[in-house]
Design a binder for this molecule. Structure first.
Ligand SMILES: [Zn+2]
Length: 121
């Protein structure tokens, strides 16, 4: 046991962030915009249907001024795969050139983002 630290699961933490967002009066798309993800992606995270990357989780919590509890990040050591947007960001984070598969994934994301914006009324 680590000093009686309360264990918070990722699912609980995502719910906490959702509540924090509502309390702060933010709309989902406002947070999503800041994180450079779609509002749909944010809601998937909030509902814990999709796991955000550690980077996103930290940035998300930071926006809402919520501290990320230990154990919530870094639980999946799996490296972001190429051909995903996380893979694309991993290249950027490391300052390496992006590969074709990752660029395609990122381009697809940008397209979806544009469609989401045009489609919202
Ligand atoms: Zn790649």
């Amino acid at each position: 046991m680590e000093g009686g630290a309360v264990t918070v699961t990722l699912a609980e933490f995502c719910r906490t962030l959702r509540v924090a967002r509502c309390l702060a009066g933010y709309r989902a798309y406002e947070i999503a915009d800041e994180l450079d993800v779609s509002a749909a992606a944010l809601s998937q995270w909030e509902l814990n249907r999709v796991r955000p990357s550690d980077e996103h989780l930290r940035a998300w919590a930071d926006l809402l001024d919520v501290e990320v509890p230990p154990g919530v990040v870094g639980i999946t050591p799996r490296v972001a795969r190429c051909g995903t947007r996380s893979g694309y960001n991993r290249h950027l984070d490391r300052g390496e050139p992006t590969c074709a598969a990752c660029r395609a994934a990122n381009a697809q994301h940008q397209r979806e983002l544009k469609e989401a914006q045009c489609g919202s009324s």
